[in-house]
Design a protein around this ligand. Structure first.
Ligand SMILES: *[C@@H]1O[C@H](CO)[C@@H](O)[C@H](O)[C@H]1NC(C)=O
Ligand SMILES: *[C@@H]1O[C@H](CO)[C@@H](O)[C@H](O)[C@H]1NC(C)=O
Ligand SMILES: *[C@@H]1O[C@H](CO)[C@@H](O)[C@H](O)[C@H]1NC(C)=O
Ligand SMILES: *[C@@H]1O[C@H](CO)[C@@H](O)[C@H](O)[C@H]1NC(C)=O
Length: 334
């Protein structure tokens, strides 16, 4: 177990920012707006948030450690590639746990959300490990809501390429990093649609990306609050939050997976490969991206709020069992 835990700050410094942090940071900032005070405090002190490393950074962190210099075994934790999935014939389906590879079916995003949750909830594990797991959770909720992260079709759409973005077909394959960077269907959903939605260039500096994420979270939060105004029910009651079972996360994953058939590949693979996706395709799918990012933020908050309440409850029990005159709280403040 200890071999899986690397010193916290080493992991943070690892640069490799090859994946777009915009969506992940937005999900982090948005979730923070829905945190209870208890969750806000618990998560902030678990991770050690401060002005140099905020919740946006924490939510994007997992993508900086997926290569060989970081935590390479976590590479497959960011997605699930269901075997029977064939959106080309309008078949989108996901079976858990059988679609999750690994000896204990633990090498996919669904299992790892559950596993990382159990680590955060386990006071007997070292704090650096629980801190790392908290950051994995912030990240995986974002990935889970990106439909292509739940699709088995051509490795989550990574091999649906080259697709055209801002150019007319036929489009060429990847040339090098300085020429219009490689477009595949996966990257279109990870990056191209969100960036166009926010008026951002394909590549932006660290600070510009961060500012964009903060602004996007603010807008989504306001939109969602205004939309909810007339409804008396919280919109997301279809999925009851159970941090000890799989059904909540399976529900989110199945919903995301279905969007591959109903949106991402609804026009068929040939169409996707022979049209400029920055035009009509973008217009048709931008609301899906907005809705999924909003859900990811709200559901992440829902999950973390329950988790923080559980931690508080367990700490309360421990204090009670020790009596009033015992100052020796072995769990510290978390
Ligand atoms: C939540 O935590 C952040 C970071 O520590 C802090 O800036 C913010 O004021 C907190 N929000 C609430 C509502 O407590
Ligand atoms: C899941 O979590 C447990 C600790 O609760 C850990 O021992 C185990 O290695 C984890 N499995 C994976 C695949 O991460
Ligand atoms: C907490 O972690 C320890 C060490 O890995 C493990 O033995 C124990 O079963 C875990 N507790 C729970 C409730 O998962
Ligand atoms: C990338 O490809 C373009 C077009 O072939 C070329 O002009 C440019 O020098 C290349 N850049 C690098 C860094 O190889």
């Amino acid at each position: 177990m200890l071999s899986r835990t690397i010193p916290f700050f080493l992991a943070i410094i690892s640069p490799a920012a090859c994946w777009d942090p915009l969506g992940h940071q937005t999900v982090g900032f948005l979730a923070q707006k829905y945190f209870t005070t208890q969750a806000n405090e618990t998560i902030s002190s678990l991770i050690g948030l401060n002005s140099e490393f905020d919740i946006g950074d924490a939510a994007a962190w997992a993508d900086t450690v997926r290569d060989k210099d970081g935590l390479p075994w976590s590479k497959n934790w960011h997605f699930i590639n269901p075997k029977g999935d064939d959106p080309a014939t309008n078949t989108c389906k996901l079976s858990y746990p059988s679609d999750c590879p690994g000896a204990n079916n633990d090498n996919c995003i669904i299992s790892q959300i559950l596993n990382q949750t159990s680590i955060v909830l386990n006071f007997s594990l070292p704090l650096p490990e629980r801190r790392q797991s908290t950051m994995f959770l912030l990240h995986f909720f974002g990935d889970l809501h990106q439909p292509m992260h739940t699709s088995g079709y051509k490795y989550g759409g990574n091999l649906v390429r080259p697709v055209c973005w801002g150019r007319q077909p036929p489009c060429t394959e990847y040339i090098n990093d300085t020429v219009p960077y490689e477009r595949n269907l996966h990257a279109t959903w990870d990056s191209a649609i969100p960036r166009k939605l926010r008026g951002l260039e394909p590549r932006t500096g660290v600070e510009e990306t961060k500012r964009a994420a903060i602004a996007w979270a603010e807008d989504l939060w306001r939109d969602e609050r205004d939309a909810r105004g007339s409804r008396d029910q919280d919109a997301d009651q279809d999925f009851e939050v159970d941090v000890y079972g799989a059904r909540t996360i399976i529900g989110y994953a199945e919903e995301s997976n279905r969007l591959v058939c109903s949106s991402a590949l609804s026009k068929g693979v040939e169409w996707v490969l022979s049209n400029d996706l920055s035009l009509g395709y973008y217009e048709e799918n931008k609301e899906v991206v907005k809705a999924q990012v909003t859900k990811a933020g709200r559901r992440l908050a829902g999950w973390m709020n329950v988790l923080a309440a559980e931690l508080g409850r367990m700490q309360g029990m421990e204090k009670e069992s020790k009596g009033n005159n015992n100052n020796n709280n072995k769990w510290g403040d978390l």
